[in-house]
Ligand binder design. Structure first.
Ligand code: LMR
Length: 355
């Protein structure tokens, strides 16, 4: 009799527990609108995404947009936590943290990868891209594919290329119109041997500094100038520390969005699909947005500061191109002949079509 009572008690407790757990799971399920993409996603997935720029820049906005699309598509099952302004890591620390799996996503400017993978120097070659179309062809064609492949053996997986824009020169001493105007100036640069060589050819010095140190270094005169996109110059108020800006479009600053490879490979297929779709939507939006933001923020700089802005005419630009041409020969063996040739052919195609 005693054992009958014990067994009955166990059965009743078991039934109550099953009903409660089942009910709770149903409640959880009811909170999430049904979406076929979510099947198989039972646990919340957290993705920490670190970057160094302000939120109201092309990259800052794209990271937030990506997070919100992922949240919507996954019904909240995948959460992308965005850490802007270098609040977690500087660019180089971010790359290490990603490779170690401390964070899952980053979107560094190409130059920041070049210390680790010299092929990325290709994207810093001066005047490589005559216009945004050429940039997009590089991103979406064989150049982009080859660069993505270089990430795979280093614990990284490339998900997308994001645009920012063409770089412009600023400094404190004099207008920069001809290559001679650079003599003896010291420029803050991203850590890229190609960019260092570019300034050497112009007779200037350069100092690699993390992005978050640029404002202070310009303000205190540690460096005289820097090169960057309008959106970075505007949102970090670099223009307030400088007297002259030349709209030179001499180089391109773009990003590669990278996810930690073992993390990616461990994700359920459904999560990978959601991330890929969200990335595709974000990238299309971002590439449009970046061009608009750089144009709008140039007008904001014009109207809110005394910085003198010069534009190079065709003959002046030719002088810069000629002065910087030796970088191609110098770096072809480091970047690799096929990639350098691809960049040169692309450049030629867009110069010739003047499109
Ligand atoms: C810079 O260091 O100037 C850029 O890499 C910043 C950025 O991420 O746009």
């Amino acid at each position: 009799m005693k054992s009958f009572l014990t067994i009955s008690l166990f059965v009743i407790i078991g039934l109550i527990t099953a009903v409660l757990v089942g009910f709770r799971e149903n409640l959880f399920a009811e909170n999430i609108p049904y979406d076929a993409e979510q099947e198989g996603l039972n646990q919340q997935i957290i993705i920490k995404f670190s970057h160094v720029v302000a939120e109201n820049t092309p990259k800052g906005l794209a990271a937030l947009k990506f997070a919100s699309i992922v949240k919507e598509k996954s019904g909240g099952q995948i959460e992308v936590q965005v850490f802007p302004n270098g609040m977690l890591y500087s660019e180089s620390q971010g790359i290490d943290a990603l490779r170690n799996g401390d964070i899952q996503m980053i979107a560094p400017a190409f130059s920041n990868l070049s210390l680790l993978i010299p092929q990325w120097l290709a994207m810093d070659l001066p005047y490589a891209f005559p216009n945004q179309k050429a940039v997009e062809e590089a991103f979406n064609g064989e150049i982009g594919a080859e660069l993505f492949r270089t990430l795979e053996s280093r614990n990284m997986k490339g998900l997308a290329f994001w645009s920012n824009g063409f770089k412009q020169m600023t400094n404190n001493r004099n207008p920069l119109i001809s290559p001679e105007d650079f003599k003896q100036l010291n420029f803050r640069i991203m850590p890229s041997e190609v960019i260092a060589a570019q300034f050497r050819l112009l007779g200037a010095r350069s100092t690699p500094l993390a992005f978050n140190e640029v404002y202070r270094s310009l303000l205190t005169g540690t460096v005289d100038g820097q090169e960057n996109t309008i959106s970075n110059i505007y949102t970090k108020r670099l223009y307030q520390t400088q007297n002259y800006m030349t709209l030179s479009n001499h180089g391109y600053l773009g990003y590669v969005v990278i996810i930690n490879k073992p993390f990616w490979e461990g994700l359920p297929k459904q999560a990978q699909r959601i991330i890929r779709q969200a990335m595709e939507e974000t990238t299309a939006w971002m590439n449009d947005q970046a061009v608009k933001m750089n144009q709008e923020q140039l007008e904001l700089i014009r109207h809110s500061s005394d910085i003198k802005i010069d534009e190079l005419d065709a003959a002046e630009r030719e002088q810069w191109i000629k002065a910087l041409e030796p970088v191609y020969r110098q770096f072809a063996p480091i970047i690799g002949e096929p990639l350098t040739s691809r960049i040169q052919s692309l450049r030629k195609k867009y110069i010739e079509s003047a499109d």
